[in-house]
Design a protein around this ligand. Structure first.
Ligand code: ACM
Length: 619
């Protein structure tokens, strides 16, 4: 049978991935294993040994801040740090210089004089410090020898975002801080905090205490994947009340924590949709008087707030408190998935339409958004919303987060709106990571498959935009919705290693990105993640597939490879799940054909954690 072109291309790509690693490993930027890949790297011959006791020269406020963080971050590596005002004798020098052109860019030099980090200001110094950490061994070691290196680096995009939904499942302040550390260590700078939704309101608002008393608690939660049930009467619930919220003091604490790491928080307050938890506490904001409860299942709820004066008063009060808590320029107002069922039935909405001359109820949401945008402007804030905000008409001053693909983002950029690209097919990291659809070996997740390479190869700048229009693309953002992400461990499982791919989408110019080069660099990070006790998804072995199968005299031969350095590969041919007791892979695996054998292979990482199996039926 002729080999189809896509198969042929796939096999060439796979073959080059396997074959080209040693050559790539010679390149300085590759060998250093830095993520995101810096712009310019050179490695003169030589190494500098960083002693156990380090002094850091940090003149000025930004340098002092970053030196303080470096002191904390170097402590787990066994280093004791003194921050000094004297350059003489300092092993690490943090310098601010206007000669570094980009506000977030930096230079890092390691030579016989030690380590010098130079940047225009705090963010650049911080990113330089993150690069420095990646040059050091992940764990305490007797000799911390740094390669001589000269790096000049700056980000491609000003918005490098990661989102977390804390409504569907709630995450503690401590974990949110850890999440912010994840962003910052891979040079992301925007944390989109999805604070409110149908299933729970999670931010204390002093003027509306019932938001935390009532809206923050749902009676119970759906068990299992909603899409697997035919109708709501088949749904089963856990019977456990579920709640949680952040006090304003906690929010201020998290904001300060993020600010210190040069991460801006974008708070999201959903309106007018995804708001039934608000109606549970304040049913007078509904179009239809009724009793409402925070939702216990997932999806799009028709019970949304009515766009009447009490609702404006409510959101203006809420946004007044939100604007005072979050120093960033943006406030996200949601705006997605707001069915107009209730609005169409409402006499109040009919009246608004008549008064404003609207012929389509979608225009009412546009009018609602424009009013909210004007209000936010009085607080010095800019409105950002999901791409549905385009539908009712918005001003060019609003920023659009394109999630239903890129189309809305492209349209918005053409209209002169700023855009954050967050297309679900490329950047929704609540989707699965297993090539086998609905694999029973993967923890429960929302439908969809989003592998590393698909994320990695995403380019936030659509080719069809002119350079002037492309300037409106602020950058990319990955989103983590948590309907099926119940615990911090599972957040980490969904996030890693995919966050490393997101990092390069946001930081590294498209022209410098290469997936085959990224993979071996990524591999060097598993030990770093282990040192930080991150519950990353251990990747399954590569090579157990039709593309890499070689037929030899009645056998199918597979050369397997693990992405995790120092890992074992173990396999079975009897359909059972491989584990520590099954056969160790030591040489190409030769499987008899003609018997329909199910071959399964797992990676067992040095920390003992096991990957889901790679699976292939040899016919
Ligand atoms: C969204 O995913 N509903 C913005």
């Amino acid at each position: 049978m002729p080999v189809s072109l896509p198969t042929r291309l796939a096999s060439l790509v796979a073959a080059s991935l396997l074959a080209s690693l040693p050559a790539l490993a010679q390149q300085p930027a590759q060998r250093l294993g830095l993520i995101p890949l810096p712009r310019e790297v050179s490695t003169p011959a030589g190494t500098y040994s960083l002693p156990q006791k380090i002094s850091i020269y940090a003149p000025g406020k930004d340098a002092q801040n970053v030196a303080g963080l470096l002191k904390e971050m170097l402590a787990p590596l066994g280093k004791t740090v003194t921050v000094t005002n004297s350059a003489a004798g300092a092993q690490i020098k943090l310098l601010t210089a206007s000669t570094v052109p980009s506000a977030e860019g930096y230079r890092l030099v390691v030579d016989k004089a030690g380590v010098q980090l130079t940047a225009a200001s705090g963010p650049g110094l911080f990113y330089a410090s993150q690069t420095l950490l990646q040059l050091l061994p992940p764990r305490p070691s007797a000799s911390s020898s740094l390669p001589y290196v000269r790096i000049a680096d700056e980000p491609s995009f000003q918005w490098r975002g990661l989102h977390l939904d804390v409504s569907r499942h709630f995450f503690s302040v401590d974990f949110v801080k850890k999440y912010i550390d994840f962003l910052a260590s891979y040079k992301l700078n925007t944390f989109h905090w999805h604070l409110t939704d149908d299933q729970g309101w999670r931010i204390e608002i002093k003027k509306y205490p019932k938001l935390t008393q009532i809206s923050s608690v749902r009676k119970e939660t759906l068990i299992g994947a909603q899409q697997t049930f035919k109708k709501p009467s088949d749904f089963k619930y856990d019977g456990q009340p579920y709640g949680g919220f952040y006090t304003q003091d906690q929010i201020r604490d998290v904001v300060a924590y993020a600010k210190r790491r040069y991460v801006t928080i974008v708070p999201e307050i959903e309106m007018p949709g995804h708001s039934v938890s608000v109606l549970a506490a304040y049913p007078e904001l509904a179009c239809k008087p009724s009793t409402y409860t925070p939702w216990t299942m997932w999806g799009v709820n028709e019970d949304i707030v009515c766009p009447t004066e009490p609702t404006f008063r409510f959101f203006e009060d809420v946004l007044t408190e939100v604007a005072a808590l979050f120093p960033g320029k943006y406030v996200h107002i949601g705006g997605d998935e707001a069915p107009k069922t209730r609005w169409k039935e409402s006499a109040a909405v009919q009246e608004i339409m008549k008064r404003e001359g609207f012929t389509d109820v979608e225009q009412v949401q546009g009018w609602f958004n424009r009013r909210i945008e004007k209000f936010l402007a009085t607080k010095g804030k800019k409105l950002i919303g999901w791409d549905e905000i385009l539908e009712g008409g918005i001003d060019a001053s609003a920023t659009v987060m394109s999630w239903r693909g890129e189309k809305a983002g492209i349209e918005a950029a053409k209209h002169g709106n700023d855009v954050v690209m967050s297309p679900a097919g490329y950047l929704y990291i609540d989707a699965g990571q297993n090539p086998v659809p609905h694999s029973p070996n993967e923890p429960l997740h929302i439908s969809g498959y989003l592998p590393l390479d698909k994320i990695y190869n995403y380019n936030p700048l659509p080719a069809e935009l002119t350079p002037a229009q492309q300037k409106h693309i602020l950058g990319p953002q990955a989103n983590l919705w948590t309907e099926y992400v119940e615990t911090p461990n599972k957040v980490e499982y969904m996030l890693f290693p995919r966050l490393l791919a997101v990092s390069e989408v946001a930081w590294t110019p498209a022209a410098r990105k290469s997936y085959p080069e990224f993979v071996p660099r990524m591999s060097q990070h598993f030990a770093r993640l282990d040192a930080k006790k991150v519950n990353y998804r251990v990747p399954e072995p590569l090579g157990l597939d039709s593309v890499n199968m070689v037929k030899q005299g009645g056998k199918a031969v597979f050369t397997l490879r693990s992405l995790v350095p120092g890992a074992q590969i173990r396999y079975t041919l009897d359909g059972l799940m491989p584990d520590e007791t099954t056969t160790l892979y030591t040489k190409p695996l030769s499987v008899p054909t003609g018997q329909q054998l199910l071959v399964r292979a797992v990676t067992i990482a040095p920390n003992g954690r096991k990957s889901p199996p790679a699976e292939f039926i040899v016919k």
